[in-house]
Design a protein around this ligand. Structure first.
Ligand code: NI
Length: 137
C-alpha cells in the first residue's frame, strides 16, 4: 500500500455561531470566528489517497488527475466563497474545519475510481490549526 498526497489551496469566508446562544456565549466559545460580519481564512487542503502502484505507470493515482478532480469538485465550490451561505454541501452545518473536512471527504469519495481509496483529508484553517479526517466515526 502506498500513499499519495496532493496539496491545494482555497480562500473562503465563514462565521461560527450557534443561533441558540447569546452573543457573549458565541464569542466565548468561537472567539474571532464568531465575528458578526464574517472573516476569511487561507485554507490549505491535503488530500491523501492510497492503493497499489499501477504496473503500467507506477502510479497509485495520477497526481495531475487528482489535482484536477480536487479543483473541479472542491476548490471551484469553496474558493472566494462564503462557506455558510454559498456552498450547497455545507448548508445547515457549522462551518468548523472539522465539518468542512468531513464534507470534502464525502464530495471527493463520490468521484474517485475503484482503483484507489481515499485515506485522509487534512485541512489547515490557520498555520497553527489543522484537522485530519480518515473517514468513518
Ligand atoms: Ni474562522
Amino acid at each position: 500500500m502506498i500513499y499519495l498526497t496532493r496539496v491545494e489551496h482555497f480562500n473562503a469566508a465563514h462565521k461560527l455561531f450557534n443561533p441558540q446562544w447569546s452573543k457573549e456565549q458565541n464569542l466565548e466559545v468561537f472567539g474571532k470566528c464568531a465575528n458578526d460580519n464574517w472573516h476569511g481564512h487561507n485554507y490549505e487542503l491535503h488530500v491523501t489517497v492510497k492503493g497499489e502502484p499501477d504496473p503500467e505507470t507506477g502510479f497509485v493515482f495520477n497526481a495531475k488527475t487528482l489535482g484536477v478532480l480536487i479543483k473541479d469538485v472542491i476548490v471551484e465550490k469553496l474558493d472566494h466563497k462564503n462557506l455558510n451561505m454559498d456552498v450547497d454541501f455545507m448548508k445547515d452545518k457549522f462551518t468548523s474545519a472539522e465539518n468542512v473536512a468531513i464534507a470534502i471527504w464525502e464530495q471527493l469519495q463520490q468521484h474517485l475510481p475503484d482503483t484507489v481509496q481515499l485515506h485522509c483529508i487534512r485541512l489547515h484553517e490557520t498555520p497553527k490549526i489543522y484537522v485530519e479526517y480518515y473517514g468513518g466515526k
